[in-house]
Design a protein. Sequence first.
Length: 202
Amino acid sequence: MTALSVSHGTIAAALIAASAFLQSANGQESINLVSNGNFEANAKTPGWPDDWAQLKAGGSWETEDGNHFLRMTSTTPGSMVMLYRQITIPAGATALDLTWRQRVTNLKLGAQAWFDARIMMEFQNAEGAKVPPAPSAPYVRKDTGGWQEKSMRLTVPDGAVLLKFMPALFQVESGTFDLDDIVIKVAPAVVPAAESGVVAPK
């Protein structure tokens, strides 16, 4: 009985420790690293969402059925219309989950096949130098026919502390790129059984 009690107590303690670890990690995961990712807040600059750099040309803050979103519009064929945001990566994060909504209309590709609507991203270290590999850039090469919900996971390379987030109309002939509900969170941590201290029953 004593041995059995100790065994159960050890397993219970291990489960509690693993649960505490996951709850701590999930606390970090629940935070959107992109402030005002839904483009609703507007207290700092009239006519432009808070915490987003205003575009020199081709950018507008739009409302549709009471919902705000950001719009990029190609005003000159072959020009670059790009939104820039720098995201701080929490220490210890090995992966990030990105979700967003997008809508592309009246798109006409540029001189090259990759001159399209896309979200470019790049990792940087504390000195501002690039840290490869860069995440694959999700792209759109034809009208979406309405809003789309998209998601992807980004693996954080060693040494990366910043993520450059750059949605763009990349030298297209024409087009409109609408963005909303941008969320970047720390991806859920997976605790191997050996590290959690829990031994699976045989």
